[in-house]
Each structure stands twice: as C-alpha cells, then as structure tokens.
Design a protein. Structure first.
Length: 133
C-alpha cells in the first residue's frame, strides 16, 4: 500500500503514536498523513508528529493557504485508520457527527475506516459505547 491516513484522537495512548507511525511507515505504507483532533494536539505536539510522517492536519481557522481538506484527504488514502480512537470519536462517527477535521474526514471517506479503540473497561461496557461500535 502506498497511502495511509491515520486519525488521532485525544487519549493517553497518543503518547505511543511516534512508535506506531514508525512501524506503519516501515511495514505498511510508503506515505502517511496524520489528522489530529484538538485534544490529541494538546497531548502530543504536532511538530513532533510531523517528524515521522508526511503531513499533519489540524482543525484551523480558514487561511489563504491551500491545504488538503476533508474530501481530498479521504479520497487520497488507500487505507484510513483511527489510532487511538476515543469513545467520543467512535460515537461521533457512528452517529454521523462531524465536529472536527477528523470526524468530517471519516464521514467523507469512500473506504472503510478501521478504529483502534482506547477506552477504559467501564466505558467500554456501557450499552451506548457498544451500540456505537
């Protein structure tokens, strides 16, 4: 595979992202782009992530600079994963809500999106969380 988009949501597991990205680049995809939610970007600096991928995309105010938007990112990738996936992002995706660049890109994706949940046991056991999965 050549092109992978990795969605990153704000879970403590985001601290493992650099090693995940290094492995994904070495073993799965030639080019990796990352979409970070605002909470993920507060936990792990996007400048650090940018060192080990081919582009980091964040929720930003509109500018004159042309950057790929949600449609372009969704169409560009051959595979789309969300790692780590919080209960919030899973719930938004399951219910068709797009409040961040990540969730609107998930909604715009013509391909299946693979979620790697990072949810504590109590939250995981809730009927609402299971319904969303």
């Amino acid at each position: 595979m050549d092109r992978l988009v990795v969605g990153v949501s704000g879970s403590v597991a985001v601290l493992n992202l650099p090693s995940y990205l290094a492995t994904l680049r070495a073993e799965l995809a030639r080019e990796v782009r990352v979409i970070m939610t605002p909470s993920a970007a507060r936990m792990l600096p996007p400048s650090t992530v940018a060192l080990i991928c081919d582009g980091v995309f964040l929720d930003q105010e509109p500018t004159l600079e042309k950057r790929p938007g949600h449609i372009e990112l969704a169409r560009w990738c051959e595979m789309f994963v969300v790692l780590p996936a919080t209960a919030n992002v899973i719930g938004q995706a399951a219910n068709g809500l797009g409040s961040t660049l990540l969730t609107i890109t998930i909604l715009a994706s013509p391909k299946p999106v693979v979620f790697y949940p990072n949810v504590n046991d109590v939250m995981w056991g809730k009927a609402a969380a299971q319904r969303n999965v």
